[in-house]
Design a binder for this molecule. Structure first.
Ligand code: NAI
Length: 252
């Protein structure tokens, strides 16, 4: 992918799943990758503004600039609202939405200070979800947090496009990572799991590498005219309903 070999990219959530695959892919494309995670050494918590500020400042001190950010740190959580305690509500919003705000804020701060390369100061990639585009049973605070990520990302694209900063949200379908393994491996979830897989028109979960490929593209110069989008990378999950009609048509 064009331009990646010259870019410095910060990846959050880099210890697992999508963030880990993205750091690996960007590294393979020749980018200088700074991976951070609350589970890493040193632990960087995306809800801690001082830690995020320091991460960006250190990247600039060591590499001269930050061309791209892929913000993949996030958490699952939810339940129907009458069963959801305010503490969980606050925690999921804090990690998924406030964390995104803080990472984006400091990415923009640093990018505004640097000279453009190929007319571009930087590319910001957030991780929303198909659950930020449409509701899910029991989704509540997760839906709310990811819907917020989608619109915050579009807002950033509008506010800073004139300064050469692009911002896009990736909205993955269900991806085979430790986050989903915990939910869909649980007893009693067999039927639900089968239906969820069916709603991905490609009839399978996605792989972290398939999200990483899109994240790397969005950071790269190949995506130079792409901003303000929420891109479903979801095997067709949001294309429309199936209702088992393909089965009747012999197309299953
Ligand atoms: P994961 O659980 O495999 O990895 C998430 C990483 O984020 C972990 O390494 C964790 O330590 C880190 N993290 C969590 N809270 C943090 C914090 N406060 N500060 C710093 N790091 C923190 O999850 P996965 O599946 O790779 O998800 C990545 C992103 O993609 C998340 O935002 C998730 O909501 C989103 N997503 C995932 C989908 C899936 O099916 N796996 C579907 C749609 C969106």
């Amino acid at each position: 992918m064009r331009g990646l070999a010259d870019k410095v990219v910060i990846v959050t959530g880099a210890a697992s799943g999508i963030g880990k695959a993205t750091a690996t892919r960007l590294g393979a494309e020749g980018a200088a990758v700074i991976g951070v995670d609350v589970a890493g050494e040193p632990g960087v918590d995306v809800t801690d503004e001082d830690a995020i500020r320091e991460t960006f400042d250190r990247a600039v001190a060591e590499h001269g600039r930050v061309d791209g950010v892929v913000h993949a740190a996030g958490m699952a959580g939810g339940g129907p609202v009458h069963m959801l305690d305010a503490e969980t509500w606050d925690q999921v919003l804090r990690v998924n939405l406030t964390g995104t705000f803080l990472v984006v804020k400091h990415a923009v701060r640093v990018m505004l200070e640097q000279e453009p390369v190929d007319d571009e100061r930087g590319s910001i990639v957030t991780l929303a979800s198909i659950e930020g585009l449409e509701g899910t049973a029991g989704g509540s605070v997760y839906n709310a947090s990811k819907g917020g990520v989608v619109l915050l990302t579009k807002n950033v694209a509008i506010d800073y496009g004139g300064r050469g900063i692009r911002a896009n949200a990736i909205c993955p379908g269900f991806i085979d990572t430790p986050m989903t393994a915990g939910v869909f491996g649980a007893p009693g979830m067999e039927r639900t799991t089968e239906e969820i897989i069916r709603e991905h028109k490609l009839r399978r979960y996605g792989r972290p590498e398939e999200i990483a490929a899109v994240a790397a593209f969005l950071v790269s110069t190949d995506a130079s005219f792409l901003t303000g989008q929420a891109i479903a990378v979801a095997g067709g999950y949001t294309a429309g309903r199936d209702h088992h009609v393909t089965e009747l048509l012999g197309l299953n």
